[in-house]
Design a protein. Sequence first.
Length: 114
Amino acid sequence: VQLVESGGGLVQPGGSLRLSCVVSGFTFSRYQMSWYRQAPGKERELVASIGTAGTWTNYADSVKGRFTISRDNAKNTVYLQTNSLKPDDTAVYYCNSLPAFDSWGQGTQVTVSS
């Protein structure tokens, strides 16, 4: 299993970023996928999830209405569109299946600061 996240960066409050995660080593289209994040000094938390066909999604209350998860099964890729970012969204963001595989990618750092 390989999970490669990208798209993070430094953004001002209110800004947006589109995160991408390309996966390999398993049949992507058969797995529910999720984005997770881990802020400094905190446990990793589940942010958003999507069903195999992309018709079902679920979000943590803290990001509902601001983040959108999507997937492209032809490209083995899951996305997270993050809008109206807040300093509390600062974290390393990871993708993984739901439930998660034991293996994790390196994540992508999102820093929201003025």
